[in-house]
Ligand binder design. Structure first.
Ligand code: NAD
Length: 284
């Protein structure tokens, strides 16, 4: 039966590191602050925001919310980003994506200051991921996957990693980070010819497709580490991942749960980026 790799433990160790920096900043009278830009009332954005606000409160971070209506103009979104850029009391900015269809994401996001880009949405920050250079911050969810593997002592070197999903938010940057850890990486997507066959060859299988339960027992081999990034709502209205735990657990070596897995680590990573952004902006 698979070992359950909970996110709680990983998040706790990241939060401990952040707390030390928060205390150092507090001695200088600085409270790290995240600016949250949300457009519209998307349910999953609101649910993520709630979790984030709770975490920020527990870590004593300030939050400044910028709430915009779903029919907001592109100009107003840009003005809001610039306002947050110029506010020296806001150290990191999170913009919920995807943005509404009438807003050109690349045009709008280009206005975000790289030093405040705590979730790697600007092309400049992404260039850092793809070149392996330290430019800005890593994207929170891919970093959360790597921190989880590191925390549980999974050495990627020479291992075959298969990533299901090729979005610019999760799949593609994650593949780059896994390459950086010396894994041999295969990326799968909707046009992959034989998904179960590709998946079964993995030592480390990462599901980031956003399709409830697509990873079943026939994707998995003995000894495999399965990381479930997916966040979906099932027919009963409950949160679930991309992995069908019932059929995968008997074969896999270890698996991350949903909820309580990569999602909680992602929030801890985001907080750590805001804290680092604050300390870098004060030259500490
Ligand atoms: P996306 O929809 O932008 O991309 C999904 C990718 O999966 C696409 O590249 C697509 O080709 C691939 N895909 C979809 N269905 C597939 C199938 N049946 N077979 C093979 N490939 C398939 O989604 P995203 O933003 O990359 O997010 C993916 C999932 O991760 C979602 O469930 C999302 O909610 C979740 N997510 C979780 C966190 C977290 O903190 N845990 C953060 C971001 C996203």
């Amino acid at each position: 039966m698979a070992k359950i790799l909970t996110g709680k433990e990983v998040a706790a160790s990241i939060n401990e590191e952040s707390k030390k920096v928060i205390e150092r900043l507090a001695r200088e009278g600085i409270v790290p602050c995240i600016g949250i830009i949300r457009i519209g009332e998307n349910e999953s954005d609101i649910s993520y925001e709630k979790g984030l606000l709770k975490r920020c409160e527990a870590m004593r971070l300030n939050v400044k919310k910028y709430m915009l209506p779903s029919d907001v103009s592109e100009e107003r979104v840009i003005r809001t980003i610039e306002e947050a850029n110029e506010d020296e009391n806001v150290h990191g900015i999170l913009i919920f994506r995807p943005l509404p269809k009438h807003i050109r994401e690349d045009v709008v996001l280009a206005h975000l200051k790289p030093e405040k880009d705590v979730d790697c949405v600007t092309l400049a920050s992404l260039a850092g991921v793809f070149t392996g250079r330290k430019i800005g911050f890593l994207p929170c969810t891919p970093e959360a996957v790597i921190r989880t593997l590191d925390h549980y002592g999974v050495d990627c070197k020479g291992k075959k990693a298969v990533v299901i999903g090729r979005s610019i938010v999760v799949g593609k940057p994650l593949a780059m980070l896994l390459l950086g850890k010396n894994a041999t990486v295969t990326m799968c997507h909707t046009k992959t010819a034989d998904l179960p066959k590709e998946a079964k060859e993995a030592d480390i299988l990462i599901a980031a497709a956003g399709k409830a339960g697509i990873v079943t027992g026939d994707f998995v081999k003995e000894g495999q580490i399965v990381i479930d990034v997916g966040i979906n709502v099932n027919e009963d209205g409950k949160l679930c991942g991309d992995v069908d735990r019932e059929s995968v657990e008997p074969a896999a070596e270890a698996i991350t749960p949903v909820p309580g897995g990569i999602g909680s680590v992602t929030t801890a990573v985001l907080v750590s980026h805001v804290v680092s952004a604050a300390s870098e902006q004060y030259g500490m």
